[in-house]
Design a binder for this molecule. Structure first.
Ligand SMILES: [Cu+2]
Length: 111
């Protein structure tokens, strides 16, 4: 189920500004410390490594599995990923085969 990018039509005139978090993917790290975030988040993702990498976030919302990912980025490429997730702990990882096992994963907690 995709919930990223869903606009919440609350009765407020100024939507919360997304928190910008820079992610530098590299061999073999997500460049993303285990962290706690709150509200909408805009990940600015750059592949600072030599191999293709991507940022994926997975977890559960209620009893449903959730997953979102950037496309694979070549060396030096960048992209952004916006998410607005309910409170909970999610996993971030690189979906390129073998990379998660090499250490490209990190926990991400939304408060
Ligand atoms: Cu990777």
């Amino acid at each position: 189920m995709l919930v990223a990018g869903v606009q919440v039509h609350a009765q407020q005139t100024t939507p919360a500004k997304p928190q910008v978090i820079q992610v530098k993917l590299n061999e073999w790290t997500m460049g993303l410390e285990t962290m706690k975030v709150k509200g909408p988040v805009q990940f600015e993702v750059i592949n600072a490594g030599k191999y293709p990498h991507a940022l994926a976030i997975e977890g559960k919302i209620g009893d449903k599995d959730f997953e979102i990912s950037t496309g694979w980025l070549k060396a030096g490429e960048k992209t952004t990923l916006m998410v607005n997730l309910p409170s909970g702990t999610y996993n971030s990882y690189c979906p390129v085969p073998g990379h998660e096992e090499k250490g490209m994963k990190s926990a991400l907690t939304f408060e």
